[in-house]
Every structure is written in C-alpha cells, then in structure tokens.
Design a protein around this ligand. Structure first.
Ligand SMILES: O=C(O)CCC(=O)C(=O)O
Ligand SMILES: [Fe+2]
Length: 238
C-alpha cells in the first residue's frame, strides 16, 4: 500500500510513541446531555505507529447494500472484538489509560477497537450515530485516536442544527460521551482538498459498533472477500 503521509517534523525516526497525560482533556458540553472531550497531541512520536498500522493491519474493503444497489464503503476497515489482541502495544496502552481515566465515571469499559483507514479526501463516513449506542437509553462513550493526515470530524444535533467541526490531527484524542450517539450525529465528510492518508482508532464498550455495525475479527477479515453490510438508512457514498 503506498503511503503519501508527510511524517511529522518533530518525530525522530527511532522515537517510540508516547502517551501524554489525560489530565489535559478539555470538555465541550453539547446540547441534550451530550459532550466531547478533546486532547490535541495525546500521542506524540506516532509516525512509526501510523505507518505500522497502515502496513500491517488486515484492512478490509466493505461493500454495503444501498436501496437497490451495492456500493463500496468509502474507507477501509478492521474491527477488533473484546479480547482480541490489538495490532500495536501502544493501542493497548491507550485503551488502558482511557479506562483508568474514565473509570470513576462509568462502568462500561472501552473494550473493542474499530480501525478505519481513509486513503485520501474521497474516503469518508457519512452522518450517523454509532450502531446500537444510538438506540440505547443509557449514555455511551466512544474514544477516537486520530493518526496521520488531519481530517475534520463534524458533529451536529440529530434533526438539524449547526454542525461543529473539529480538526483531528496526528495523535489527537476526541471522546464522544453522554447522550452523543442518540442525540447527535457525527461524520468525516469528503473533501476536495489534497489530503494524505489517515487512520482512526475508535475504542468502544463491547455492545457498541461502528457506523456499519461490522464486528468481524481480524481473523475472519483476512480474506479479501468483501461481505455486504445490509444497512441502508443513510446515503453513504457522498
Ligand atoms: O474517522 C473517525 O474518526 C470516525 C469514524 C466513525 O465515526 C465510525 O466508524 O463510526
Ligand atoms: Fe461513528
């Protein structure tokens, strides 16, 4: 897979990724009990981590049924279930640190990891609330670690309202919490700007699922066959 990622100016080539303190998280309250926690630059020296994930994760190209046709999901994905070893020790440490930090607030630990690979500005995820979590009455937290080229994560209230846009850069952390999955939608929209590749790592409690609802483990996804995800409530390919 070719990589047009411009490595950070500050990473030394042999540097190991380092997790910063989560004490620096800043909370942004949204309407209706939703909130976001943001921490730019949580993971530093992460060029090697990014490149390793791009090269070694068994990325899968999903297809999904949209009304009467089957379309490509516009990004590559790989899902790690509760108990699956993660593809890099830093991701394990990141999930442990998040669980330690948030443990006093809720009982549902981050357990799974969904990885998305956005190859360029044409890759995207359409407006959605994460599967299962959006239909629950209880609050859910989902943490996103962004690596590689910056992309904008947009968040808006369900049913209309102003969209907030958060630039997620290399090593940045954003946690969606409270009622966010059921009262708000989020998206990484396509852009015509020339943007490099990006990997998003989403940590979720075990019941919550990514936008497509896909839950296959890496072992079941190593084949290059692309299962069709039957799920068509939104227009995906825009
Ligand atoms: O790319 C991201 O950071 C968000 C991905 C996402 O929302 C999803 O897969 O459910
Ligand atoms: Fe999502």
């Amino acid at each position: 897979m070719s990589l047009a990622f411009q490595a950070s100016l500050f990473d030394s080539p042999e540097a190991e990724p380092t997790l910063g303190s989560l004490d620096g998280l800043r909370r942004i309250p949204l309407a209706a009990g939703a909130w976001l926690d943001v921490l730019p630059g949580w993971v530093s020296d992460s060029d090697g981590l990014f490149e390793q994930l791009v090269q070694t994760v068994p990325w899968r190209a999903d297809r999904r049924e949209m009304y009467d046709r089957v379309v490509d999901v516009p990004r590559l994905v790989c899902s790690y279930r509760d108990g699956d070893p993660l593809p890099d020790a830093t991701l394990q440490s990141a999930r442990d640190a998040l669980n330690t930090h948030y443990a006093p607030d809720w009982a549902e630990a981050f357990a799974t990891a969904g990885l998305c690979f956005y190859r360029n500005g044409g890759d995207s995820v359409a407006w959605h609330g994460d599967y299962v979590a959006r239909d629950r009455l209880q609050d859910t937290s989902i943490a996103i670690l962004s690596l590689g080229a910056p992309r904008m994560l947009a968040v808006r209230p369900k049913g209309g309202g102003e969209a907030l846009r958060f630039p997620l850069g290399h090593g940045d952390l954003l946690v969606m919490g409270g009622s966010c999955q059921r009262t708000h939608e989020h998206a990484v929209l396509k852009t015509k700007k020339a943007v490099g590749p990006r990997v998003s790592v989403q940590f979720r409690p075990s019941y919550a699922r990514s936008e497509t609802g896909a839950r296959n483990s890496p072992s079941s996804s190593r084949t290059q066959t692309s299962p069709v995800v039957r799920f068509s409530s939104r227009v995906e390919n825009r």
